[in-house]
Design a protein around this ligand. Structure first.
Ligand code: DAT
Ligand code: MG
Length: 149
């Protein structure tokens, strides 16, 4: 079953939006299989955002993501990678559609609340970067047949 990596960034934690964000993925019908709060090391931040290493905003991004606790999660479900990106909305919250997390809750690209993997391959890399296999719980929600025919 498809899995994705999501992380509530330090702004989402500080603003008390962890529950609101988790609620949206639960309500959609996805399954939470990994969850932890952590203070991100510089090393982890630089690895996670390695693709942006040459971008002008890289240093600020690493500074921000290491500035406070983050809630790291793995979610599972049919089409979860692309669907989570839709639920999250565009990178710039001012351009994100209403109804999305960033569209409803944010205003600044540097404070856009949540990270979500952008493709199934990236999701696998990010899950193994952030989580040990033993930290993930495989379980079948009893609602399964009512969510997927
Ligand atoms: P996303 O988080 O939507 O996948 P991304 O991978 O392009 O977006 O960039 C990673 C993060 O870097 C993004 O969530 C916020 C920050 N960022 C991206 N573009 C930026 C910019 N032009 N100025 C400042 N921060 C930016
Ligand atoms: Mg990205």
């Amino acid at each position: 079953m498809e899995r994705t990596f999501l992380a509530v960034k330090p702004d989402g934690v500080q603003r008390g939006l962890v529950g609101e964000i988790i609620r949206r993925f639960e309500a959609k019908g996805f399954t939470l299989v990994g969850l932890k709060m952590l203070r991100v090391s510089r090393e982890l931040a630089e690895e996670h955002y390695g693709v942006h290493r040459e971008r002008p905003f890289f240093a600020g991004l690493v500074e921000f993501i290491t500035s406070g606790p983050v809630v790291a999660m793995v979610w599972q479900g049919e089409g979860v990678v692309a669907s989570a990106r839709k639920l999250i909305g565009a990178t710039n919250p001012l351009q994100a559609e209403p109804g999305t997390i960033r569209g409803d809750l944010g205003i600044s690209i540097g404070r856009n609340l949540i990270h979500g993997s952008d493709a199934p391959e990236t999701a696998q890399q990010e899950i193994s970067l952030w989580f040990q296999p033993a930290e993930l719980a495989s379980w079948d929600p009893c609602l399964g047949p009512w969510l997927v025919e």
